[in-house]
Design a protein around this ligand. Structure first.
Ligand code: ADP
Length: 398
């Protein structure tokens, strides 16, 4: 079955058409600047050159229309007609406590997603705009919601509760939810396959290190803890997000910088992380690595602090699981930076881990990077959230 995977943001829309039988990508693309001047759609049919078109997209309905046009174009399209698309899988950021797995979208599901939208006010409404635009353009085609939070819903209370008055959990559901769940699920399962061991028998730590970064502890096939919280701001130091911070810093900085709460939150989300730590050098690890080679002190401090935070979480999660069998690195930085992996793994000798430096020299492909006698198997496992969404979608609509 051909499945359209949609990841819809407030002004952008990523799409992939995946054949779920062969698991191959037939085409993929991106609509940018939806609702803004200078809208652009790019589309890459498999094995062919990228096509870029500047076309006004006043809203998401127009964007979906253009996606369908691109997919069905007689010359450069990848399907003969819309009828070939069997289902649509939508990435939905926040499922709250209502969704513990992917579901077929109906009116009740849409209502439930709306009900948790105050937990992800930037994401969920945008995701739903994508759902509605697809429903309008492709009536009768089954649609599935795949949630970033669902995989983490198995966390026990001790891991998801904050040290706050319990009434805030009862009244507002303030708790740790965690994100990147589709990636953590996909990578931890794939790691078990690579290791040739049953998923349900393993203790795995997944380090999803991209522009957004999070880490999870997966024990016997279930997530038992993860670093992102009520929102994606908690946990690791990220591209521009601060990660863990003393909450009192907010009030202190608001006073010093004469900013309101919103202004300080903007600093924490958009101007912090390795970008802020490096002295605004860059949020991109390619630039930071170049800076590191040139001895740029900002780059050194940002990369060291980033790696140290990951190291601390690995220690915490090994403790939480009473051991660890597999550590995986994934996402942009985790898949492509031997330097970051080396900095982290070389400090895990206390777990009986030995890095194989030659094997670690790998970019974006599956590889075991620890030595055969290492007590814990360390791997690079490229993530594939679109494929995971397509798999869930195919399984549900069959
Ligand atoms: P997200 O999906 O959160 O936007 P990605 O997982 O795509 O992020 O990761 C993007 C980041 O990956 C970039 O900002 C960059 O820091 C890092 N990255 C990509 N390629 C490389 C590379 N070759 N070497 C080091 N870092 C890289």
């Amino acid at each position: 079955m051909k499945i359209l995977v949609i990841n819809c943001g407030s002004s952008s829309l990523k799409f992939q058409l995946i054949d779920s039988d062969t698991e191959s990508v037939l085409g993929k693309g991106l609509c940018e600047r939806i609702g803004i001047d200078g809208s652009v759609i790019n589309f890459t049919p498999a094995g062919r050159d990228k096509i870029v078109k500047e076309i006004p997209m006043p809203d998401h309905n127009k964007a979906i229309e253009l996606v369908i046009e691109a997919l069905t174009d007689p010359d450069t399209g990848v399907v003969g007609s819309l009828a070939e698309i069997g289902a649509v899988g939508h990435r939905i950021v926040h499922g709250g406590e209502a969704f513990t797995k992917s579901v077929i979208i109906n009116d009740d599901v849409i209502k439930a997603i709306e009900e948790v939208s105050d937990l992800a006010p930037l994401h969920n409404p945008a995701n739903l705009i994508g759902v509605r635009a697809c429903q309008k353009a492709m009536p009768g085609v089954p649609m599935v919601a795949v949630f970033d939070t669902a995989f983490h819903q198995t966390m026990p209370e001790e891991a998801y509760l904050y040290g706050l008055p319990y009434r805030f959990y009862e009244k507002y559901k303030v708790r740790r939810y965690g994100f990147h769940g589709t990636s953590h699920a996909y990578v931890s399962k794939r790691a078990a396959e690579i290791a040739g061991k049953p998923y349900e028998s393993l203790k795995t730590i997944v380090c999803h290190l991209g522009n957004g970064a999070s880490i999870s502890a997966v024990k016997n096939g279930k997530c038992i803890d993860t670093s992102m919280g009520l929102t994606p701001l908690e946990g690791l130091i990220m591209g521009t997000r601060s990660g863990d911070i003393d909450p009192a810093v907010l009030e202190f900085l608001a006073g010093k910088e004469k900013q309101d709460f919103k202004g300080i939150m903007n600093v924490l989300n958009k101007q912090s992380g390795v970008f802020g730590l490096s002295g605004d050098l860059s949020s991109d690890f390619r630039d930071l690595e170049a800076g590191l080679h040139d001895g740029n002190p900002g780059a050194v401090r940002a990369v060291e602090a980033f790696c140290y935070r990951v190291l601390k979480y690995i220690g915490a999660y090994a403790a939480a699981m009473d051991g660890v069998d597999i550590i995986c690195f994934t996402a942009g930085v985790g898949e492509n930076s031997p330097m970051v992996r080396e900095k982290i793994v070389s400090r895990l000798g206390y777990l009986g881990i030995t890095l194989d430096p030659a094997a670690n020299d790998v970019h974006g492909k599956e590889q075991i990077i620890s030595t055969p006698d290492s007590k814990v198997c360390v791997m690079v496992v490229p993530t594939n959230e679109e494929l995971a969404i397509a798999r869930d979608t195919a399984a549900l609509v069959k």
